[in-house]
Design a binder for this molecule. Structure first.
Ligand code: ADP
Length: 243
């Protein structure tokens, strides 16, 4: 369903993504691992066009695009296919949980407010925030704020949700409430690409694990292949350090 080929990105001559090929099928839960600076966030941002890639192609089912030569219209169409969950939630502090979820539906998707609020309430219910519609971000815990972030993506009903270290700003207790919601989404068949250092979660929930280093995919496979039958020394070193 989503296929990236030969994705390349440099920042001022510093090569950050060096020919990434990635395929994600419907219902896949792909966990992206790698040391800090290996290019994981940049990869997610390029897939969502938050960052402009230098080279490569992107394909979503029947829709294809070439990163070197893509129109604004195509970028808008591709963006509709992805949701993005940020490390630091990126919520509007002056809007309630419900307004934060509804705003994308109203402005980007041109859905009428009544309908947008109905969809947003369902999304918030799904992440266990049915009693928090009218709370502002500052009145919510970090875990609850991140669940609003997840609801905001869910409401847009994308093909794939991209998670950029969604629990890295949270205490262990709050981390587990967010991971629990993500597990539930995985069980329901939500397609997800997740950057995380939560190895237990990766082993339990991912059906595909990708290890990146220095802008390249070094190793990938099932969790058992990558974690237990590790082939590459660089992966082994990384796993030793993180466990
Ligand atoms: P990771 O998510 O694996 O930690 P990143 O994708 O955040 O890695 O970063 C990869 C490299 O790209 C790092 O060296 C980082 O400094 C660099 N980088 C990321 N974003 C920018 C930017 N906007 N401008 C310049 N360099 C950047």
């Amino acid at each position: 369903m989503l296929e990236i080929k030969n994705l390349q990105k440099s920042f001022k001559g510093n090569v950050v993504l060096d020919g990434i090929d990635l395929k994600i099928e419907k219902g896949d839960v792909v966990v992206l691992l790698g040391p800090s600076g290996s290019g994981k966030t940049t990869l997610l941002r390029c897939i969502n066009f938050l960052e402009k890639a230098d080279k490569g192609t992107i394909k979503f089912d029947e829709m294809t695009g070439d990163f070197t030569n893509i129109t604004k219209k195509d970028i808008a169409a591709f963006r509709k296919k992805t949701g993005f969950v940020f490390q630091n939630y990126n919520l509007f502090s002056n809007k309630t949980a419900l307004q934060n979820v509804a705003i994308g539906l109203i402005h980007a998707r041109k859905i009428l407010p009544d309908k947008a609020y109905e969809i947003s309430k369902k999304a918030l219910d799904k992440v266990g925030l049915e009693s928090k519609y009218d709370f502002y971000p500052a009145q919510l815990s970090g875990g609850q704020q991140q669940r609003v972030g997840i609801a905001r993506s869910l409401a847009l009903n994308p093909y794939v949700i991209l998670f950029d270290e969604p629990t890295s700003a949270l205490d262990p207790e709050l981390t587990s409430e967010v991971l629990c919601i993500m597990k539930q989404l995985a069980r329901e068949g939500t397609t997800m690409l997740i950057v995380t250092h939560e190895m237990g979660f990766a082993q339990e929930v991912a059906n595909h694990v990708v290890f990146m280093d220095k802008g390249k995919i070094v190793e990938e496979g099932t969790p058992a292949q990558v974690f237990t039958m590790t082939r590459e020394e660089r992966t082994r070193q990384f796993l030793r350090r993180i466990n």
